[in-house]
Ligand binder design. Structure first.
Ligand code: NAG
Ligand code: NAG
Ligand code: NAG
Length: 290
């Protein structure tokens, strides 16, 4: 009786062992699958780090280009303003002694005040740029706070959740294989997403730049108007006469290079004397009272 009981238990145990042998094999395969997965995860981590760093570097370059562009527009605005002022002052200072000096003095003050006002407007335009740039930079850096975990499930081990490696190893292996194939897709998507972010950032900065340019243009136009008014006042109020546009001060006239810098501006006053130095097509909106 006892012997029989023992025998049957032994037989049962043996049976269990036989049944689970294949399953144990599968359980071990889980480890193989995990081993396969780890290099893929490492690659992905590296790739995410590199892609994000690349996106940050690209954004940094976008910012650099933006700043260079702003600087060059700033410079051309300043040059135009300074040149225009010089042209008007040349007219005011070149009047005959018969012209009322106090009237000319008022004109000089007027020109000076309007230059100062242009300076105010210049700062205003830049303040707008500054505010927009700061918020755009903050935004792109927030957007680039992509890390591995936000992008893909980097926990390899969550596939074990709710599963038992000895009871249903095949499920786990299936999940790991599935995870592996989703890892393969991930890089392409990530790089695409990051590139979109950087491109959108560059486009938004382009908008800021355009707004800055138009701010400068409007202010430049205002300055040109006031300077042009000063020239009219010179004639109408101070009873002066406009000097011919020419290189009065330099006797060595047809210096092709000098003409570029001294008289490359467009005529505001009617006195466009076709002098020896004909500059190349002048920049639009730029005054030349020479
Ligand atoms: C990774 O990103 C997720 C979601 O964006 C965020 O919750 C988590 O704090 C980030 N981890 C680190 C280390 O930055
Ligand atoms: C990560 O896995 C969890 C559950 O396994 C899922 O809910 C979540 O959507 C996954 N996240 C990503 C980014 O795949
Ligand atoms: C960064 O710029 C390089 C070179 O232009 C480009 O190949 C890469 O795809 C860019 N990366 C991102 C995330 O925009």
């Amino acid at each position: 009786m006892k012997t029989f009981a023992f025998a049957s238990v032994a037989w049962l145990l043996l049976g269990v062992v036989n049944v689970s042998q294949a399953q144990r094999e599968t359980s071990l395969k889980v480890v193989d699958a995990l081993r396969d997965l780890h290099p893929a995860y490492q690659q992905l981590r590296d790739l995410v780090v590199n892609a994000v760093a690349g996106a940050k570097i690209n954004s940094s370059e976008v910012i650099y280009n933006f700043n260079m562009e702003i600087a060059s527009r700033k410079e051309s605005f300043l040059q135009t303003a300074i040149q225009s002022e010089a042209n008007v002052l040349r007219q005011v200072n070149g009047q005959a002694v018969t012209v009322d000096t106090s009237c000319l003095g008022f004109l000089r003050q007027s020109v000076d005040v309007n230059m100062n006002l242009a300076g105010v407007s210049f700062s205003n335009c830049l303040n707008n740029v500054d505010a927009s740039l700061s918020s755009e930079v903050a935004r792109i850096y927030t957007e680039l706070q992509v890390n591995e975990t936000s992008f893909v499930n980097l926990s390899v081990y969550d596939v074990f959740r709710g599963q038992n490696v000895f009871v249903n190893p095949q499920t786990i292996v299936d999940r790991l294989v599935e995870r592996f194939s989703s890892l393969q897709q991930a890089p392409v998507e990530l790089v695409g997403e990051l590139t979109e972010l950087v491109d959108a950032f560059a486009a938004r900065l382009g908008g800021v730049q355009a707004a800055y340019s138009s701010c400068l243009s409007i202010n430049d136009q205002l300055l040109q108007n006031t300077l042009s008014t000063a020239l009219q006042q010179l004639q109408q109020i101070c009873l002066g006469t406009l000097l011919p546009a020419s290189s009065t001060s330099d006797p060595t006239e047809p210096t092709e290079e000098a003409s570029e810098s001294t008289s490359a501006q467009t005529p505001e006053a009617e006195t466009v004397v076709p002098t020896e130095n004909q500059p190349e097509p002048p920049t639009p909106g730029v005054v030349n009272a020479l």
